[in-house]
Ligand binder design. Structure first.
Ligand code: SDX
Length: 426
């Protein structure tokens, strides 16, 4: 017998069905609430509200669990590649060798962007933020690839095209912002190696692909690949719910990710650590400021809406930090500072009582710095990693028979009925 919940209001009692997810998560189905009671629900930030059913990513915030299509992110970070994980998220299965090879060939074949797009970059101010450029350029792709039927074949082509071109668009913005020659993708390099080569190869100093750094970037992108209904994914789904095309929906997701409370936090963490290192502020002082309600300062890279324990991605990221810095023989004072900050915060009653732990952004910037990625491109790196997740979620919503255009309600708190006052009487 299916479970229900009872709502009693005055002499009214209604029963609402309970939905139970495959991991035992329970939800009250309120689709009939307003029809039956005239009531709506109120949940700013949707902290208690499920927007959809999804079979893509499972998170348990209390236990620090993250799985893509049922596979623990720790196993994917250990054994998989970003290409393979992207395929898993989008197609709901790990590819066979033949499927992976075909996917790699398609990624290579679609890695170029239309030459006319280079002029777009030239029209932006040189100091434009790379996230603004990326959001604009992904939206502009629609002008070059207008055909987007929702059938499987076309969607697959569009998905692969976007996954491949996003690297080229990001590297182009870096090169053009510095007045450097744009480097084209190469057929002999893997997904991650191609990106690094497009970023750092120059006519006078050929980029030497370092497989340890390529692996670090692979893991970095695997860890960012999806995270259920976070802010930017919800933006992609909401824009897509109006049957907006994939490019514009993804462009909206990039814009949402840009915020410093979301993906922009990786840039904010490094700026915070750099400032502390430069002005000699102690980590203890930083933690005190983060607790002070009169101080708008927040400890960037700490806290999470869902994780009430250590973010499993941050744990893996911390290990990659040590490996990369060790490999490059870099002694980054910001890593030591980050570890000190973590140690002090995790001992502090406020942080413990508020379940504030390092999240994915706390250590990720240290890796990117070591690889040579400029700070203002850190969130672009997050966006490239999150792209397969956004695409998978967009596709899932398009195929969802229960999916409707997103249109939340509100609780109105404005003025009651009043008449218009002619200007002479005001
Ligand atoms: C990402 O959702 C996802 O899955 C996102 C993400 C993904 O992969 O898509 O994981 C990526 O966005 C990670 C988060 C990156 N953002 C930051 O690191 C910015 C710093 N953290 C926060 O601002 C905050 O923790 C959020 C935004 C991440 C979560 O905010 P919530 O869930 O809305 O929590 P809240 O702001 O209501 O805070 C609850 C309490 C408050 O104290 P009280 O008023 O209850 O006493 O915790 C405090 C907050 O003041 N708090 C912090 C804090 N984060 C929360 N205090 C100091 N420093 C912090 N970082």
């Amino acid at each position: 017998m299916s479970e229900t919940v009872k709502i009693i209001y005055g002499d009214q009692t209604i029963e609402l069905p309970v939905i139970i997810g495959s991991e035992g998560e329970k939800a009250v189905d309120i689709t009939q609430l307003r029809n039956k009671t005239g009531f709506i629900t109120y949940d700013p930030g949707f902290a208690n509200t499920g927007s959809c059913k999804s079979a893509i990513t499972f998170m348990d915030g209390e236990k620090g669990i993250l799985r893509y299509r049922g596979i623990p992110v720790e196993q994917l970070a250990e054994h998989s590649s970003f290409r393979e994980t992207a395929y898993l998220l989008v197609h709901d299965k790990l590819p066979s060798l033949r499927e992976l090879n075909r996917f790699s060939i398609l990624l290579n074949d679609h890695s170029l962007v239309h030459e006319d797009m280079r002029q777009f970059y030239e029209t932006f101010p040189r100091a434009s933020h790379p996230m603004g450029l990326l959001s604009s350029m992904v939206n502009a792709l629609r002008s070059f690839y207008p055909e987007l039927r929702i059938d499987e074949e076309e969607i697959d082509m569009t998905v692969t095209r976007l996954l491949s071109k996003v690297r080229t668009l990001a590297a182009m913005s870096f090169k053009i912002s510095r007045g450097h020659k744009v480097v084209y993708p190469r057929p002999d390099l893997s997904y991650c190696a191609n990106f690094l080569n497009m970023m750092f190869d120059t006519p006078v100093r050929p980029y030497l692909v370092d497989n340890d750094l390529v692996r670090a970037l692979d893991v970095f992108w695997i860890l960012h690949a999806d995270h259920e209904q976070n802010c930017s994914t919800s933006a992609v789904r909401l824009v897509g719910s109006a049957r907006t095309n994939l490019y514009a929906s993804i462009s909206a997701g990039i814009a949402a990710l840009w915020g410093p409370l979301h993906g922009g936090a990786n840039q904010a963490v490094i700026e915070m650590l750099t400032q502390v290192h430069r002005n000699g502020e102690t980590v203890k002082r930083l933690v005190e400021r983060a607790k002070d309600k009169n101080d708008p300062f927040r400890l960037m890279g700490f806290g999470h809406r869902v994780y009430k324990t250590y973010d499993p991605r941050a744990l893996i990221m911390k290990g990659v930090c040590d490996k990369v810095l060790d490999r490059l023989k870099i002694d980054d004072p910001l890593l030591d500072l980050a570890k000190q900050l973590e140690a002090v915060a995790l001992e502090d009653d406020y942080f413990v009582s508020h379940n504030l732990y390092p999240n994915v952004d706390f250590y990720s910037g240290i890796i990117l710095r070591a690889i040579g990625i400029p700070t203002n491109m850190f969130t672009v790196m997050f966006a490239i990693g999150r792209l397969p997740g956004w695409i998978a979620q967009w596709k899932e919503s398009m195929d969802d028979p229960e999916w409707r255009i997103g249109r939340p309600r509100q609780v109105y708190t404005g003025p009651r009925l009043r008449d218009y006052t002619p200007i002479d009487d005001r």
